[in-house]
Every structure is written in structure tokens, then in C-alpha cells.
Design a protein around this ligand. Structure first.
Ligand code: PRX
Length: 620
């Protein structure tokens, strides 16, 4: 257990942030050249910069600097989709693979600043590819392997990626994911991509273009394992990661090297009370920010040993997570409320038949965890003896922002509790905002300064999180959910605008409006109001077709659960859809619809309410 006084240290981080962060930056990170200033700029001018003048390399911090003391220590324990498949990589082995792959990237003319798309299953090569990019100063853009070809294409185009790294196929829960096929489909309209490097994950063959496609294992034979690190400026980009906002197009959140690295390294150390003998396991995929910060950069920069898992919690059965914990002696386990809810539903026996004696800290992230579920996690998974850290943060924040600290923060079930050092939250009209810069914050939205500026507009001088929260008289924050048009479906962040555009890809659809409704396992799910083209008849067949349309456009994570046919949608006289009313109808919350006097045609609402009956039964 680490010894410190949270309140005193927090106060120091508030009183003198410059000194506080200078100390952390020197403690957690190795620099080629020291930074000249700790923090310049402010939210008003959108010009915050951390550690300017400093030079460093993220891959050096993750790997090279550990070699003198940890070359034989395990960096990753990889557990394949099937329990018979596993692999161990030491720091020296990982270093060697990363250097080689960095040379492969160079051979393909990838240079500092170029964007590289990684569309991979959870295999060590995904991490090797990320670190190889960081080593040579290329900017990785990891796209979750569950996204559709169309989503992948949009992200490749937006970032103008030069190269794509994928696998022939992925494996999840014994199902095959056709990654290379998806890449081929995405690339039909991506002129910037010159080459695709393919990892052979399964034995199945895939269509091949000799000019453009290259096998990873072949290329790795052609290069040396000697590759110096590129010295990066503190504010050079480290990666782009796309996430959803309230409008249709995903945003490329851009993080920069120094601030991000200092922040994730320090938060990993404190939030998980990391000790050298720990075995850490974060179940997130590297396609999400949690995977970037707490599968890759945070653990490696602390020289930790982590488990990485390719599969799903219910294959071969619902004990899989707990078996993996026993197999590797996991001491710190970090997962999502969705996974906990799904596993809890199956009954305690799948848990209690396993030992879980090694566990000491349990974490959650991605959505609110309700107190019942929290208690089950505490009592059944943690046998009542583990600390729970309910960590609130976002793709934009880079690292954990509000969280209990193990053995420091008295726990309250369902509360993310207190801010991390240096983080100053505030609640304005139920909206959670952050009032001071912190090192992990995004630098901008790639290619879209305007959307970056939007975060700082609503309450000038503060960062607008898009979440609602309350704060109790002991300073505990309780996050209640989003206040914008962003849904959290099984912890995945999906904008209603994206979903509506997806519906419109079906030529039978004239108009669609999507809202979120609560769901026992997913937390929240999609409820769509769909207006069909004049000559099209509604049918259950067509509902099924629309579900496929949306899955095809975005991916399986965006499967609608409810579709209600709407002859028309409630609109204001200026033509704006009144989502607030639709949300109430979808949620059967009809007592007070609020002010609907500005509606062009109020009878639309009555009709929708009437048709709403029976929709729950039509639950697909
Ligand atoms: O609504 C909040 C929710 O997830 C959003 C951020 O989503 P994303 O960028 O995908 O990052 C998720 C992983 C960091 C937030 O705006 N959220 C995240 N953590 C929590 C949470 N809601 C409640 N409690 C949490 N612990």
C-alpha cells in the first residue's frame, strides 16, 4: 500500500500546480531534454501547452528505460480467445519486436507525423504496432475491430492515413471477424493508403493484392532489431483516437506526447496503487481510450506486468474472467459496468467456483455503475476485501479524472468520489465541468479546431464534459450520465447523429430520430423513431432490415433494440426535431412533456404516444 495523504497532496496540486506537475513530470518520465515551462496558455484562448521545450519519446519511456532492470520481467501475459492459447512477452522481447516493426514502418516510408491506422484484434502485435509508431514519431489511429468497413473508411479518410495494419481475421468468442475483408472494403475509396500490413491470426486465406498487401511475419524477417527513438517535442502528437460527439461525424481526439504520458503514468500508479509485484489486468480493447491509457502506456511506463485478453467474458463460459484471474494471479482488475452486469445476471456460482484470492483492487470505467451492481462486485467478485475504484474520465481527458484512491478514499457505492490530483471539477446547472487545465487533456480535434473550441464555449473558461453530476456534502461526485446527444451502449460511446445517418442509408427511410432508453445489461440502448418514404409499408421484415442497415453502417455495437414507426416526427415551426419529447415518449415518461407549444403540429405527439403502446413487447 502506498503511503500519502490524499487531501494534503490534492491541496498542494491546487495551490501550486506548476510546481506539483514539474515534480511529477520529472518523477514519472525520462526526458532527452528538460521542459522549459510547465504550463502555458488557458482555456479561454484554447492554447494550453504542457511541458513545452521538453523532448522525449513515448516508446523509450514504455520500454527502453526499463531494459537495464527489467529485461527478463514479463510485460504482457497474452490470453487468446481460446483458453489453450497463451503467450508471454518479456520487456526485452517486446522491445525487440517493436524495434523491428518500427523498421518495417520505415521501410514503408512512414515518417514522423504520418498517420497509421491500426485495425486489429487484441493480439500483442496491436500493441507492438502502436509502440512502433510512437518510436518513430508516427501518429497511430487505432480503430476498434468491431467497427464496420464504412466507419473504418471514414476514420482513415479523416486522418489521411498512409498505412493500415490489420489481421487476416480476428477471433472473439470462437467467432471469426473478417478484418482484412473489412479493410479491403474500406479501402475502395481511400487514396491515401499505400500499403496494408497483415498479421496472420488464423490459418484461413484471404483475398490478396500482391502490390498493396504485405504479411507482417515476412516483413519482420527483412529488417534489423536496431531502431533509435525519434526525439519528440512535448507537444508533438502521440495519437488520434476517434470518438462520438452529438453530431454525425466522429471526432479525432488528438493527444500529445508529454502531457498525456505524464498523466497516464501517474494516474496508473496512484489509482491502482501499483506495486512492483502486481499483475494488472484491464479488459479494455486497445481500440478504446481505456486500452490506450491503461493497457499500453500507463502500465508499460510504470514497468508493470499486465494480462491482455483477446476474447469475451462468456466464452467458453461465464467463468472466463475469473479463471483468467486465477490462472495468472491477477491482483488488480479493471473492467466495465456492462461486463459486471452481464456476469452478475448469470448467478454467483460462476464466480464462487473460482478462487480470486490474488485480487486486491477492482476497477470500473465507462458508465455509471449502480449501487446494487457495485455491491455485487464488492461482495461476490472481491469477497468483501478489495478496494473498488469507480473511475470517471473520457477519451478527451486522456486519463482518469475522478476516482477513489485505494485505501485513501472511504468508498461509497456508485460514486466516482473525489477528483484526482490537479483536477478541479465543478457543477454548473447539473453539468460537470473542469475548470483548470490538466496534463492529460486532448490538444485538439484533428482537422477541426471549431469542434475543439465547442468544449470551452458553453461556460467560458471551463472544459464542458457533456456529463451530468451531483456533488454531496463530503465532496463526492456522482456522475449520472450524458447531457448531450451521446449514448453509452454497453459502455460504447455512440452519437445519435451517427445512428440517424446510418438509418438514412436505407433508401426506405425518409427520416429517423434516435434517443436512448435504459437497458438492464447494456445500461442504455437505442430507441429509434423512423419515418418511411411515402410509398413504403412498415413491416417486421423491414425492421430487421433496418437493424442490418445500422449494423452495416457502424458495427454490431450499434444494434437498435427498439424501432417505432412514426408517420411524422415532432418538429418546431423552424423544422427542428424536438428530441426532448421523443426521449419522454420512448421512456414512457408521459406525465409532463414540458413545453410543446412551439410544435408545428402537436397532434404528432399524441399519435406517437398511442403507437408507443406495444413497442416494449416488440423488443427485438
Ligand atoms: O458519460 C461518461 C462515461 O463515459 C463517457 C466517456 O466515454 P469515452 O470517451 O468512451 O471514455 C470511456 C472510458 C474512459 C463520459 O463522458 N463515463 C466514463 N466513466 C464513467 C462514466 N460515467 C459514469 N461513471 C464513470 N466511472
Amino acid at each position: 500500500m502506498q503511503k500519502y495523504d490524499y487531501k494534503a497532496l490534492y491541496q498542494r496540486s491546487m495551490d501550486d500546480p506548476v510546481h506539483f506537475w514539474a515534480v511529477q513530470a520529472e518523477k514519472y518520465i525520462a526526458w532527452y531534454q528538460p521542459f522549459k515551462t510547465v504550463l502555458t496558455g488557458d482555456f479561454e484562448h484554447l492554447n494550453v501547452e504542457w511541458f513545452s521545450g521538453g523532448k522525449l519519446n513515448a516508446c523509450y519511456n514504455a520500454l527502453d528505460r526499463h531494459l537495464p532492470t527489467r529485461s527478463n520481467q514479463t510485460a504482457f501475459l497474452w490470453e487468446g480467445d481460446h483458453p489453450d492459447q497463451s503467450l508471454k512477452l518479456t520487456y526485452a522481447e517486446l522491445y525487440n519486436e517493436v524495434c523491428r516493426f518500427a523498421n518495417v514502418l520505415k521501410k514503408f516510408r512512414v515518417k514522423k507525423g504520418d498517420r497509421v491506422c491500426i485495425y486489429m484484434p487484441m493480439v500483442p502485435e496491436a500493441i507492438i504496432a502502436m509502440l512502433a509508431c510512437a518510436r518513430i514519431g508516427a501518429v497511430h489511429s487505432v480503430v476498434f475491430g468491431g467497427f464496420s468497413p464504412e466507419s473504418l473508411r471514414n476514420r482513415i479518410l479523416d486522418a489521411e492515413c498512409k498505412l493500415v495494419i490489420t489481421a487476416n481475421e480476428g477471433l472473439r468468442g470462437n467467432k471469426i471477424i473478417p478484418l482484412k475483408k473489412n479493410v479491403d472494403e474500406a479501402l475502395t475509396e481511400c487514396p491515401s493508403v499505400e500499403s496494408v500490413i497483415v498479421i496472420k491470426r488464423t490459418q484461413n486465406s484471404v483475398p490478396w493484392d500482391d502490390k498493396k498487401n504485405h504479411w507482417y511475419h515476412d516483413e519482420m524477417q527483412t529488417v534489423s532489431a536496431d531502431c533509435p527513438c525519434e526525439e519528440m517535442d512535448a507537444n508533438d502528437p502521440i495519437f488520434i483516437l476517434y470518438t462520438s460527439g452529438s453530431t454525425g461525424k466522429p471526432k479525432g481526439i488528438l493527444h500529445v506526447t508529454a502531457g498525456y504520458l505524464v498523466y497516464v503514468t501517474m494516474t496508473f500508479n496512484y489509482v491502482f496503487d501499483y506495486q512492483p509485484q502486481d499483475i494488472f489486468w484491464c479488459t479494455a480493447d486497445v481500440g478504446w481510450i481505456t486500452g490506450h491509457s491503461y493497457v499500453v502506456y500507463g502500465p508499460l511506463c510504470n514497468g508493470a506486468t499486465s494480462v491482455i485478453f483477446e476474447g469475451v467474458p462468456n466464452y467458453p463460459d461465464f467463468s472466463r474472467y475469473w479463471n483468467i484471474i486465477d490462472k495468472y494471479g491477477v491482483t488488480i482488475f479493471y473492467t466495465s459496468p456492462t461486463a459486471i452486469r452481464a456476469l452478475r445476471r448469470e448467478g454467483d456460482e460462476y464466480v464462487t467456483r473460482t478462487a480470486r484470492k490474488s485480487l486486491r483492487i477492482l476497477g470500473t470505467v465507462g458508465e455509471p455503475i449502480n449501487p446494487d451492481v457495485w455491491q455485487w462486485y464488492y461482495d461476490v467478485v472481491g469477497d468483501g476485501r478489495c478496494q473498488i475504484v469507480d473511475t470517471w474520465w473520457q477519451t478527451e481527458t486522456g486519463g482518469i479524472m475522478i476516482t477513489p484512491l485505494p485505501f485513501q478514499t472511504p468508498l461509497k457505492a456508485g460514486s466516482a468520489s473525489w477528483p484526482f490530483f490537479g483536477v478541479k471539477p465543478e457543477i454548473i446547472d447539473t453539468h460537470l465541468v473542469i475548470t483548470k487545465p490538466w496534463p492529460g487533456m486532448m490538444k485538439t480535434i484533428y482537422g477541426d479546431e471549431k469542434r475543439f473550441a465547442d468544449y470551452f464555449k458553453k461556460y467560458p473558461g471551463t472544459y464542458f464534459t457533456g456529463d451530468n453530476a451531483t456533488c454531496d456534502d463530503e465532496g463526492y461526485y456522482w456522475i449520472t450520465g450524458r447531457n448531450d446527444d451521446v449514448l453509452k451502449i454497453s459502455g460504447h460511446r455512440i452519437g445519435t447523429g451517427e445512428l440517424e445517418n446510418a438509418f438514412l442509408e436505407n433508401h426506405h427511410v425518409a427520416e429517423a430520430a434516435v434517443v436512448g432508453v435504459p437497458h438492464d445489461i447494456k445500461g442504455e440502448t437505442i430507441y429509434a423513431f423512423v419515418t418511411l418514404q411515402g410509398n413504403v409499408k412498415p413491416s417486421d421484415e423491414l425492421k430487421k432490415e433496418l437493424i442490418q442497415t445500422v449494423r452495416h453502417a457502424i458495427g454490431a455495437i450499434a444494434t437498435p433494440d427498439y424501432i417505432q414507426w412514426a408517420e411524422s416526427l415532432p418538429k418546431t415551426r423552424s423544422g427542428k426535431i424536438m428530441r426532448r419529447v421523443l426521449r419522454k415518449i420512448a421512456n414512457n415518461d408521459l406525465k409532463d412533456l414540458g413545453d410543446i407549444s412551439t410544435l408545428a403540429d402537436p397532434s404528432v405527439v399524441e399519435k406517437l404516444i398511442k403507437d408507443r403502446e406495444g413497442i416494449a413487447d416488440a423488443h427485438i
